[in-house]
Design a protein around this ligand. Structure first.
Ligand code: SF4
Length: 432
């Protein structure tokens, strides 16, 4: 279903002004009706996406980063606490989580909260004072704009790093965002000496949880193509709207921020999955479904186990399904070489076949050895052997070298006696 420009608006003789592309544009253009409502007509949800830039988490992170650069220290907890004062409940909670792990590479910091813009031809424009003189300002209207939370420069390595703070509950990959591509192009356009840019999302709710993507100057054509295509989509929505064309509604994750979801005026309300159930009804359904699914799976398992036969079904479309044992094979790489009564040794040293191969490769190709630092033994694998009285000392020693990795999944809580306090202040707003 589509929605049309109101009749009274057809007399409009000027084109709707097209704002520069901003990181939220990728989100709002997902549904032309949403874009028209929130950007062209300006009916944004109160405290919506754009307000995030001003939230306390971003402000505090930028302020402490700038402070540390000024004082030439990686962190100052007293300053952190002072700069965090007055934050709302959600921000305070996030900031207290950030406090212990936040560290600033002050030697390489170029600027914080740095606005950057490019014109239609991807040339720097509206160049701000903080980086004035490093590139030519085209003086043309901005077509792409954004604010970098923190920019780092590594001149010797011809490399730059961008840090963007996110308070999303669930981490995501920056390679899937246009923000990473656009901000990389901002830096490549403003700093001609930069050959490589690493864009890092820092998920401030969690300790040491970051996701990065690296692009080089060779990627520039691909990056520009990706950004241009979203800009063209934005422009085409304006052109269609100005021409009085019917605008299409497209449902998706973006609906949650759409004012037409909130006031139930979405033109595809009857079909939009986001409008069929409330979040509470969905959680209720989830609880029912997981209980039902457990009982159902148990009954099916018992049937297969007792009868020794698969359960078989052909649906009304003629597709066949079975439930029964499905063998699968997984591959593991043993750390040591097992013998009948121990592990193989080579002189004074235990034989480690895979490690030896990897070591040989690292010495032969040192320029391609960084990934070796990311290979790990899973804690489940090693802990199952260390958790015995006899190996308690070894277990403690291993604890000294263990690295904590934060992973996040969205999950239903265990049954709670009372609901935890709900915090709904504006710090909860996200930036897209
Ligand atoms: S609620 Fe409707 S109008 Fe709003 S973004 Fe979703 S589909 Fe588009």
């Amino acid at each position: 279903m589509t929605t049309k420009k109101a009749k009274t608006e057809l007399v409009q003789i000027t084109a709707s002004p097209i704002p520069p592309w901003h990181q939220s544009t990728e989100f709002t253009t997902s549904c032309p009706v949403f874009y028209v409502e929130s950007v062209i007509k300006g009916n944004k949800m109160p405290g919506g996406m754009e307000s995030a830039r001003g939230n306390e988490v971003h402000r505090t992170a930028a302020a402490i980063t700038a402070y540390c650069a000024l004082k030439k220290v990686p962190m100052d907890l007293i300053a952190f606490d002072n700069l965090s004062k007055g934050a709302g409940p959600v921000a305070a909670k996030i900031l207290s989580g950030m406090r212990e792990s936040f560290s600033v590479d002050w030697q390489h910091l170029v600027a914080t909260e740095l606005p950057m813009s490019l014109d239609e031809n991807f040339q720097p424009t509206d160049v701000v004072e903080a980086i004035d003189g490093i590139c030519t300002d085209s003086g043309k209207p901005a077509h792409y704009s954004g604010v970098l939370d923190a920019l780092y420069g590594f001149r010797d390595e011809l490399r730059a790093g961008i840090t963007d703070y996110k308070s999303h509950p669930r981490p995501f990959d920056p390679a899937e965002t246009l923000q990473a591509k656009t901000y990389t192009v901002f830096v490549l356009a403003h700093f001609p000496w930069v050959q490589t840019v690493t864009f890092t999302l820092t998920f401030v709710r969690y300790k040491n949880l970051t996701r990065s993507v690296t692009y080089t100057r060779q990627d520039l054509p691909m990056l520009i193509d990706a950004i241009k295509s979203n800009r063209e989509r934005q422009i085409s929505i304006h052109v269609d709207y100005d021409a009085g064309k019917e605008m299409q509604a497209v449902a998706g994750g973006h609906c949650i921020y759409c004012p037409m979801l909130a006031n139930a005026t979405c033109p595809i309300a009857a079909w939009n999955p986001a409008m069929q159930l409330t979040p509470e009804q969905r959680l209720n359904f989830n609880l029912f479904y997981s209980q039902f699914s457990k009982a159902n799976n148990k009954a099916m398992k018992e049937h297969v186990q007792e009868t020794g036969r698969d359960i078989r079904l052909t649906d009304f479309n003629g597709k066949a399904y079975t439930y029964g044992p499905v063998p699968s094979e997984s591959e593991v790489y043993p750390l040591f070489k097992a013998t009948a009564d121990g592990v193989e040794t080579d002189g004074n040293r235990l034989v480690m076949p895979v490690v030896d191969l990897l070591s040989d490769y690292a010495y032969a190709a040192p320029e391609d050895s960084a990934w070796l630092g990311k290979i790990q033994i899973s804690s489940t694998s090693i802990k199952s052997y260390l958790k015995t009285k006899r190996r308690a000392v070894l277990d403690l020693a291993c604890d000294d070298v263990v690295e904590k990795v934060t992973k996040v999944k969205l999950a239903v809580s265990r049954p709670l006696e009372t609901l935890p306090d709900e915090v709904t202040d504006e710090d909860e707003e996200e930036e897209f």
